[in-house]
Design a protein around this ligand. Sequence first.
Ligand code: NDP
Length: 256
Amino acid sequence: SQRWSLSGMTALVTGGTRGIGNAVVEELGGFGAKIHLCSRNEEELNKCLDEWKVKGFEVSGSVCDVSSREQRQKLMQDVSSIFNGKLNILVNNVGTNKRQATTEVSAEDYATLMTTNLESAYHLCQLAHPLLKDSGAGSIVFISSVAGVTSIGTGTVYAATKAAINQLTKNLACEWAKDNIRTNTVAPWYTRTSLVEHLLADKSFLEKTISRTPLGRIGEPEEVSSIVTFLCLPAASYITGQIICVDGGMTVNSFN
Ligand code: NDP
């Protein structure tokens, strides 16, 4: 039924070539959405686009580093012209980390994480607002992290950017409800992607991580993309301002 379909809807997914963003494109496409994605590596982007086109997806892409204000503006111009000024779904997925002790964080490290993880998403919401409003039914989904909910040793700047996203979710939900734009966040725990593969390759780190996880394993990107997609469906039309942890139960476990 219409409640469980994204047919005719348009979506922008940042960082869609690998990891969680890639799974999000795959899942939104499977529900019938037309998707525009971006990443920095042109070759990888074109390879992904070709594969999805073979599957019959309506996909397009831009090479864009979302940490650049100019490139974000150009990206939203592309999106607006491709989708005729209407955008139903914005998935702010790009995020990165550099793990270090707070006493070691340089001004440059601080600025890079703030710009890439927080300012990019904030500004893309601003740029997308008229398009989301004109779609008649808009949905923003941020990918934050359980690091923005509780301390998990990722480093303080990363945690602060993710906690800021969590609060931004609540404020935007209230501010833009009048425009029928819903705003929600998905906060994952360790998920098997290129961002964390080097950490998960460390056996003692992996064992410690799993021991804190009631479900006893690391998450998969498809286990995050499923809830992202649900939040964009008409079936989720009364859900806004929520932070949903996809964490195998980690944040409710205080025993290990
Ligand atoms: P990956 O590093 O595996 O993938 C990131 C994707 O984003 C790639 O497609 C990458 O392509 C693109 N990207 C990265 N930086 C930029 C940029 N500046 N501009 C445009 N595109 C960019 O990351 P994940 O899938 O693991 O992470 C996605 C989100 O999930 C992040 O916000 C992360 O913080 C969050 N998260 C991840 C967890 C995990 O365990 N994996 C846990 C909790 C949260 P390219 O490099 O070519 O630009």
